[in-house]
Design a protein around this ligand. Sequence first.
Ligand code: UDX
Length: 434
Amino acid sequence: MNLCMIGTGYVGLVSGTCFADLGNKVICVDKDIKKINKLNSGFSTIYEPGLDELIKKNYNVGRLKFTTEIKKAVSQSELIFICVGTPNKKKSQEVDLSYVLKAVKEIAKCTKKKKIIITKSTVPVGTGDKIEKILKKLKKKNIDIISNPEFLREGEAVRDFRFPDRIVIGSNKKKYFKTLKKLYQPLINKGALFFTTSRRGAELIKYASNAFLATKITFINELANLCEKADINVQDISLGMGSDIRIGSRFLRAGPAYGGSCFPKDTKGLVSTGKKFNTELSIVKSVIKSNENRKILHINRIKKILGALKGKKIVFLGVTFKPNTDDMRDSVSLKMIPYFCNKGATITYYDPTGPKSSFSNLKNCKYIKDINLACKNADLIILHTEWDEFKSLEFNKIVKNKKFKIFDLRNLYNFSDMKNKKIKYFSVGRPDII
Ligand code: UDX
């Protein structure tokens, strides 16, 4: 089929490239000429393992194109996917739909033919209705709007596209289910569930799924607090709970607090949808609050571990919100590092994806591209992001200060291993080794 992706961010670029890899002809559109030029030279504009090769492969055989020209792209496509950003408005928790609505108006303006617009961006319940009203005002009766939310995780997006648990299609006209089923047939053949519902239903499934995953994480994070006080290993709780298939073991790893571009945004977006429909979503509200509090809880814990912060050398191993991405959005390090710098500590950090502009204006914060050098004079090493390359570090060999301590925010290290090596080791939901 001939598809067009409006927006070449995490959603549009991955989905467009993977659709092309399924044999479709895809044109990805973006206003940012620098992005388009980089993509046309065969390089991905986002850090996503495995994406570069896929872009090159499909670009070279002519299945994947990149352009700033929306008119040409729309005229050559029957399905038009909207994949632009839907950030939260600064002040309110509301979702900013300006990019989505702008894209709709541009699409409507450049065609008189029958088209199907498909929102793949995460949009609040009722957005399809809002778009329908705009199209009606523009007298575009031959353009229909469908919801097809994505469930891609950063760092695993190609895999998640290729092997989805389910494909969700929301439309108020049943005739479109057949068209979308044809597009996704190769994934259905590999076992993906093809699930159809109303347009609003599909819009809500996306928010509900992310909010539930955030709730699951926050649940185990709060239990970790209890475990620390009750001398229990939270990993046993995750295993004991998760082996009940009604609960499931995934997204039950206690950590520093969830971050990223989705959970923080979508939990707030769902709460604002609740408000719009005059429905109190108290659980989601408490998840948002608990997750924010957790960052302060860990800052206070670090203050207790270190005593005074002034003059102390703190090393961060990883600063992104999760491994296999360079994305810093809502990463816990964005709260911790400025705070510690402010209190007179000296921060060095190493991250496999390089230095971060978020910290470039902090005078006593430095990026060091060699892990051993970064850790050498540490008073405290904070394992912030669980990159594979941190798994086998020999701390006793690389740290000169014999009194160093480790705060493992991801429970990456084996508890008894740390004990045997006589390392002063602190982690999440497990006893301290002091
Ligand atoms: C999420 C959803 O998983 C995905 O389906 C949706 O399309 C986009 O949002 P993403 O934000 O990329 O994906 O990352 P994810 O792997 O879900 O992690 C989100 C946050 O939760 C990260 O900060 C991660 O460290 C944290 N997390 C995840 C935990 O703390 N514990 C877990 O067990 C899992």
